[in-house]
Unconditional design. Structure first.
Length: 571
């Protein structure tokens, strides 16, 4: 049931925060017929950091219907990223085209302009937007939110109620802070000092690249105090930030922080190659805490968290906007599924949290690896290789590019970053065979031993469906199942996931129809397949013309498939 907004209009959802996550979820819900109100505390355009997008953002922007506006806005095209980090200070570059040919570039955007485009797009789709409107606190508790108390631009203050409140307030995280949902990653507590320059040289010019497309690359350069980013924006502006330890600038005034920032930037050889003849135009630095965190839950009764309000990942891979718009797209799909079929609500929202959190944790894992001191590009590549979908058989370098391009499977992109886990020894062998990297004899022997150890000691005896129906079967150790959701057009549908855990820790998820769980639940090693058919036939209570025959065929097919997959054993 809708609740009245500040001017009497009822809302199905109230969004607090008009950044990329809030605008995205607002547009998508409004397109699905929701009545949406949105409170943004600033007046757009407003300053914001996080200008470097990833290719994985583009599919979500296209689904949103705003990609053409972004592509014609004159933003700098970004075809890759250049790093000065590793055994030497020799720059190394990744190019998104190495893997994602259809998503071979992204953009370096002016966030004031980019965020305004997304917010106006939401307004055009029927979202009622209130700028300079401050959400003061959530109404209710973590066990039930019913809206917020807010102060509008005209000075009016009061309660704005809605059956659903979506927190998109970024790192401010109104609901996460109020209800103490945040859990910080102590290994990723940093602070960013940043500002803008004009007249800078491009990465291509400064570092001597022969590829003209490198001019739009972000540069990440390690320094003793942390690392520096250089992001080339349009109109000759360059965003430059220093990410460092909080202790390096704690207690300093803004003027002292600015002086520290300028000193570190001046001491970085690569920064000076870019900024040697540039002009500092910000006057003083902005400061932002880059303390990575996850909320314990991304949703609850009457509320959902999106974007940085749900979790914040260290900026080393420029994932912020990509996670925000892709996560908001998932949230809209889950919320609308729950509205259409309330019985599926808990499962749909768990899907949203599981998908979003898993992808964000992949990026956190890679960032943690970086800061732990593995500064070699090869170490990055190996870490990324462990995180991508095991079915892809990518080379190490391709796996790193895939992960760092932020392709996350939204809007038809495919399940590219579904789950963390390792490759099987056989897949590693295939990867080694396609690498230009030289491996030592000992390393190759180690791979061979792992492959041999992973082979079954005894071949499985073939079984027909009839034999399996007569047998007492159970799932083997290391195999589990659960109910989950999958994308189905604009909504979600329930499925059964079969989860296999490989000896090296990898996880593989296989999708089956939702009813599969009812069958697997009865495979306890005591019942035969025919017993399972009988139990299910009683449960159908004559709802089909020939339930036993239909169920017998379904159970037989499933048993045969599970047996062939190696997931089933005779008790």
């Amino acid at each position: 049931m809708s609740a009245p907004g500040p001017f009497g209009r009822p809302y199905d959802a109230l969004i607090i925060g008009g950044g990329p996550a809030g605008s995205t979820v607002g547009t998508l819900l409004a397109r699905r017929g929701w009545r949406v109100g949105l409170l943004e505390r600033a007046r757009m355009p407003r300053r914001h950091v996080g200008e470097s997008l990833l290719p994985g953002t583009l599919a979500a922007l296209d689904d949103l219907g705003v990609l053409q506006q972004i592509e014609t806005a004159g933003f700098t095209k970004k075809y890759g990223a250049t790093y000065v980090w590793g055994r030497t200070r020799e720059p190394w570059t990744i190019k998104f085209a190495e893997v994602a040919h259809a998503q071979a570039y992204a953009y370096q955007v002016s966030r004031p302009e980019f965020d305004k485009v997304l917010l106006e797009h939401a307004r055009a789709h029927g979202v009622e937007v209130f700028e300079e409107a401050h959400a003061l606190r959530a109404l209710g508790s973590a066990e039930g939110v019913r809206g917020v108390r807010a102060r509008l631009a005209d000075g009016r203050a009061g309660a704005i109620e809605a059956p659903l409140t979506i927190d998109a307030t970024g790192q401010d995280g109104l609901i996460g802070r109020q209800f103490r949902l945040r859990e910080f990653n102590n290994d990723l507590r940093h602070v960013a000092l940043f500002g803008h320059w004009t007249g800078a040289r491009s990465v291509q010019q400064a570092l001597g690249s022969t590829d003209a497309r490198d001019a739009g690359n972000i540069l990440i350069a390690a320094v003793d105090d942390g690392w520096i980013w250089h992001i080339p924006l349009k109109d000759g502006i360059c965003s430059v930030g220093l990410v460092t330890e909080p202790s390096a600038v704690g207690g300093l005034s803004v003027a002292a922080r600015t002086a520290h920032y300028l000193k570190v930037v001046a001491g970085c050889r690569e920064s000076q190659a870019i900024l040697g003849h540039a002009t500092w135009i910000s006057g003083e630095v902005d400061t932002l805490s880059d303390w990575s965190f996850f909320c314990r839950r991304f949703h609850g009764p009457g509320y959902a968290l999106v974007g940085d309000a749900a979790c914040f990942v260290d900026p080393i891979l420029s994932t912020g906007v990509t996670l925000a718009v892709n996560g908001a797209s998932r949230a809209a799909r889950a919320l609308d599924t729950a509205r259409r079929d309330p019985a599926l609500g808990p499962l749909a929202m768990d899907w949203y949290q599981g998908e979003y959190r898993t992808i964000a944790e992949d990026f956190v894992d890679l960032a943690t690896h970086w800061y732990a001191g593995h500064r070699s590009p090869d170490a990055w590549f190996w870490r990324a290789h462990r995180l991508v979908d095991p079915a892809k058989n990518l080379s190490i370098r391709q796996a790193f590019v895939y992960l760092s391009s932020g392709v996350t499977g939204v809007a038809g992109a495919g399940a590219n970053l579904r789950f963390s886990g390792g490759f099987s020894p056989r897949q590693l062998q295939v990867t080694y065979d396609h690498l230009t990297l030289d491996l030592s004899h000992a390393e190759r022997q180690a791979v061979g031993r792992a492959v041999a150890a992973n082979q079954p000691a005894v071949a499985r005896v073939p079984r027909s469906p009839e034999q399996l129906l007569a047998a007492r079967c159970r799932l083997i150790d290391g195999v589990a199942y659960r109910m989950y959701m999958e994308e189905d057009g604009a909504w979600l549908k329930p499925v059964t996931w079969l989860i296999r855990h490989a000896p090296n820790g990898a996880r593989e998820h296989l999708s089956f129809p939702a009813a599969t769980a009812s069958i697997l639940n009865l495979l306890d090693g005591a019942r035969t397949g025919n017993d399972v058919v009988g139990v299910l036939a009683e449960r159908t209570n004559g709802r089909t013309d020939d339930p036993a025959a239909d169920l017998r065929d379904a159970v037989a097919r499933l048993l045969a498939e599970m047996y062939d997959l190696g997931a089933l054993v005779e008790a």
